[in-house]
Design a protein around this ligand. Sequence first.
Ligand SMILES: Nc1ncnc2c1ncn2[C@@H]1O[C@H](COP(=O)(O)OP(=O)(O)OP(=O)(O)O)[C@@H](O)[C@H]1O
Ligand SMILES: [Mg+2]
Length: 219
Amino acid sequence: MNKLVDVKNMSITFKRKQALEAVDCYLEQGEVVGLVGPNGAGKTTLMKAIVGFIPISKGGIQKARDISIEVLIEKPGLYPFLSGLDHLQLFVEDQKTTEIDRVISLLNMNEFIGKKTKEYSLGMKQRLGIALALLNRPQVVILDEPMNGLDPYSVKLLKEAITTYRKIGTTFLISSHILSELEQLVDRVLLLKAGRVIENIEHPELLENFEDDLLAKLT
Ligand SMILES: Nc1ncnc2c1ncn2[C@@H]1O[C@H](COP(=O)(O)OP(=O)(O)OP(=O)(O)O)[C@@H](O)[C@H]1O
Ligand SMILES: [Mg+2]
C-alpha cells in the first residue's frame, strides 16, 4: 500500500461552522476515488484542505515527500484575453509540447484551443481546466465536479482521459453529484455526510445498483 495522501482525524471549522469533523481518509497510488455527498457535506472543503488552500483546525494530512498535486475546484481561473493554447504553453513544464498535444487531443479541444478564453462556453472552459490539471502529469489530480457543464460526449472523453492517466499511475479524487457518471470509473467511493466520512466503499463495482445503493447509504 502506497498512501500518497493520508488524512488523519482532520477537522475544519469556519468561524462557527464545522465543515469537516474528524475525517480519516487516504489516497493510494494509482486509484480513482469518488467523493460523494449532498450539498454542503464538505467535499470541496476536503479537496481544498488536501491541496493546502485552507487551514486545518485539528488533526492533519500526511503527504508523500515531494508529491505533485493538481486541482480543479469550482471553475478554472482563466485569462480572458489568452487562448487555451496560450494557457497550456504558459503552464507546461520543460516546454513539453507532446504533453500539450496529448491533452488537446484527449479532450478534443482542437476546434477552439486557438480562441481567446473569453469566447469559451462553460464546457470549453471546463475542458481547458481539466487539461491544465492533467498537463504536467502530476501524481495526484483532484477534480471537483469535473463533469459540470460537459455534454455527454465530453463526459465520455473525460472518463477515457482519466482511465488513460490512471494507467500511467496517476491517482484521482473526483467528486460528482451525478452518481451514474462515477459508475465504472472509480475504484473506491468515499461517502461524506455532514462533514464526516460515513463510508469507504472498497469495491463499488460489487454494489447491486450503484446509484440507488449509494443514495440509500446517504439517507
Ligand atoms: N469559506 C467558508 N466560510 C464559511 N463556511 C463555509 C466556507 N466554505 C464552506 N463552508 C461551509 O462548509 C460546509 C461544507 O461546504 P463545502 O463547500 O465543502 O460542501 P460541498 O460538499 O462541496 O457542497 P456542494 O455539493 O454544494 O459543492 C457548508 O456548510 C458550507 O456552508
Ligand atoms: Mg462543492
